[in-house]
Each structure stands twice: as structure tokens, then as C-alpha cells.
Design a binder for this molecule. Structure first.
Ligand SMILES: [Zn+2]
Ligand SMILES: [Zn+2]
Length: 369
């Protein structure tokens, strides 16, 4: 389990921080502890240094932009990153906030663009905060944000920003606000986001999800966000928890386990097992789908029916097994034929679908119109 955005070093946790850290140690793969000013980012880092599964970010929130000296920012970051870079997994949170306008707009632009450059230079993802400035922020990332990995934190449902962010391949992070009854429009947006670009966060101590709304938030409440999204997507809670954990590792460049990296095109949705077969010879990068590596890399052994049947494990667990073919090839067709024969002999229902029309297509995200 993960929480990709929390402020655990804030004073709201002074009384019981140790207790919460202990629970995080038990239950989480990791939590990203987010800084909001130069000084505050040092605090965020100090806390991250205390515990293996806590990472931190370094950046300046738009509210804090007014007091920020960019030369000092660069100097301090350079020094801190040199010494503790293994713990700093992103720049941010950075962005624009025209809701409260606690910093002049011009200064907000300057500090945000500076952090885009910093993310580029250090090859780090950028955690983006945006409130009442979706159009302006979209323009900036369209212009400057092409070569970075962006994370839209606490996504609020704005379609202009969503479209821009998805076009750039950014991750979209949902927080507790997706659980609030009135936010139907925000829940609607989940269908546009490819499942492998969805992240979950709490923004603790703020924005506690519905059942605990109004209380101080903690990373443990991320389960309510995961549950809400899993319900919208109509998939299993545990399966979705696994997917958002892999997504978060990919977003923040945290190493995946060998198991997570292994080729595995089997995707379980309810009582159906999909086997997603693509012809990856043209692709350089690993393709993730449903939090699994679905691309066999060129240097690996050839695809074979034995391997696929091994990954299916017990076919009797499912109502049916559906082979989904994205880019057909002779090799793939041969493998499916052999699997089908084997499975049908054992009275397992087998179907073959075109990847373009398959039911699992919905997890690629619909086009925004
Ligand atoms: Zn924020
Ligand atoms: Zn925050």
C-alpha cells in the first residue's frame, strides 16, 4: 500500500507521530512526505531519514513562493540532494494557486517554472499543485513540461488540466475529495485516466475522506480512496491496491521487486482472467498494464504456451479465460491455439478477443471529448 502525498512533519502530528510511523512501517510499501518551502523540505527530509519506507520531496508550494529566493533554493537543493538524494524522490509540491492568492501571481509563475527546470535537470518527477489556475497551469506544462514526469496531486476534476496532463503522460493522483458525496463530477473523470497512470494520496493532515471527514487525516485513511476508485472501476480492492502501488513506484522511480518486473500478461477482473498479448518487438520500453509488465523484452525467450499456462496457474478458478490480442502475429496466434486446446480439453471456457474491442479496453482510459 502507498500514500503518494502526506505532510507527516507538520505540527498536527506532534502528539502521536511515532505511533503513526509505526503503523506505516507495518502496513505500507512507502509514503511520500512532501515539503512546501525550502525550510519545510529539510524538515520533510529529516523525517524521511528516520524510516526506510518514507521518502520525501523538495520544493516550494505556490503559497510560499513569495518568500523564496531562487538562488538560495538552488544552492540548498544542490547540497541536500548530493548528500541525501536517495531519499528525495521528487521536486515539489510546486504549482499555481489562485484561490487564496497568498503569493503574487508573477512570483508563483517564476517559482513554478524554476522547479520545472530543476525537475528536468535532476531527472526527478514533479509534484504539481493546482487550484483555480487550471488553464494557466495547462499552458505552462504544455510549453515547458514535455520532458518531465509530472504528477497532478489532489486532482480536482478539471477537464482542461486532465487532458493536458494525460497528453503529456503524467500521473493523476486522487485524494480523499473523490470520496465526498457531492463530487460526482470528479468520480466521473476516473474513466478517462489509464489505470496505470492513477495514483492515490491523502494530503494528510488535510482532506480526510468521507467516513472520517473533518478529522485530522493520516496515511492510513488512504484505504478509503483506494476503495472508492476500485468501486468506480468495478475491480477488486486488493487488485487495485497492488496496481496503485506499482504505479507509485513507477512514478517516483522507486525500484520494483523482481516479481513486479516479471513478464505477466494475466489480468484478473472479477471472475474472468484476461491474457493480454501484444506484439512488443517494436517497443523499447516496458509496457505496464494493470500494474504488470505485459511486454516481453527482445532479449527474453520467445513466447510459448507453456509459459502462459504456467502464469494462468489454476484455470478452474475462473468462469472463463479470454485471450486479448493487441497486435496479432503468427507467434501469438500459435501460442493461443496451443493454450486453447490444452484448456478446452480440461473443460475451461476460452474466448479470443481483438484488443481494440475488448472489455478491458476501458482500463486504457476513454478519450476526453
Ligand atoms: Zn497541494
Ligand atoms: Zn500537500
Amino acid at each position: 500500500m502507498v500514500d503518494t502525498h502526506a505532510h507527516l512533519h507538520f505540527p498536527q502530528f506532534d502528539k502521536d507521530r511515532e505511533e503513526i510511523l509505526e503503523k506505516i512501517k507495518e502496513k505500507f510499501d512507502f509514503v511520500v512526505n512532501v515539503g512546501i518551502s525550502i525550510k519545510d523540505s529539510i524538515k520533510a527530509l529529516s523525517l524521511a531519514l528516520k524510516q526506510n519506507n518514507i521518502y520525501s520531496t523538495f520544493g516550494v508550494h505556490p503559497h510560499e513562493a513569495k518568500d523564496t529566493d531562487l538562488e538560495e533554493f538552488e544552492k540548498v537543493f544542490k547540497k541536500v540532494y548530493k548528500d541525501y538524494g536517495r531519499k528525495i524522490v521528487a521536486i515539489g509540491e510546486a504549482g499555481l494557486d489562485f484561490y487564496r492568492n497568498l503569493s503574487p501571481k508573477e512570483k508563483q509563475y517564476e517559482v513554478f517554472e524554476f522547479q520545472i527546470d530543476l525537475a528536468k535537470e535532476y531527472n526527478l518527477p514533479l509534484v504539481i499543485h493546482c487550484r483555480n489556475a487550471e488553464k494557466e497551469l495547462s499552458e505552462i506544462i504544455k510549453r515547458k513540461g514535455k520532458d518531465i514526469k509530472g504528477i497532478i496531486h489532489c486532482f480536482n476534476g478539471d477537464k482542461t488540466l486532465l487532458k493536458t496532463a494525460l497528453d503529456l503522460g503524467y500521473f493523476i493522483s486522487y485524494s480523499g475529495i473523490v470520496t465526498y458525496p457531492k463530487n460526482e463530477a470528479l468520480r466521473e473523470t476516473v474513466k478517462y485516466v489509464p489505470i496505470d497512470q492513477i495514483l492515490v494520496e491523502t494530503d494528510s493532515p488535510y482532506l480526510a475522506p468521507q467516513p472520517v471527514r473533518g478529522k485530522r487525516n493520516t496515511p492510513l485513511y488512504v484505504v478509503y480512496v483506494i476503495q472508492t476508485l476500485a468501486d468506480i472501476l468495478d475491480i477488486d480492492f486488493l487488485e487495485f491496491k497492488r496496481i496503485v502501488t506499482v504505479n507509485a513506484k513507477r512514478a517516483f522511480n522507486i525500484p520494483l521487486t523482481i516479481k513486479e518486473l516479471r513478464f505477466d500478461p494475466t489480468i484478473k477482473v472479477k471472475n474472468v482472467l484476461y491474457v493480454y498479448l501484444d506484439n512488443p518487438s517494436h517497443e523499447k520500453d516496458v509496457k505496464f498494464f494493470f500494474g504488470k509488465n505485459v511486454s516481453k523484452l527482445p532479449y527474453e525467450d520467445k513466447l510459448c504456451a507453456g509459459h502462459i499456462l504456467y502464469l494462468i496457474k489454476n484455470p478452474k478458478l475462473y468462469d472463463k479465460i479470454v485471450f486479448v490480442v493487441e497486435n496479432p502475429s503468427q507467434e501469438i496466434e500459435k501460442v493461443i491455439k496451443e493454450c486453447k486446446e490444452y484448456l478446452e480439453k480440461r473443460n475451461v471456457k476460452v474466448e479470443v478477443e481483438d484488443g481494440k474491442h475488448s472489455e478491458i479496453r476501458r482500463f486504457f482510459g476513454q478519450k476526453i471529448i
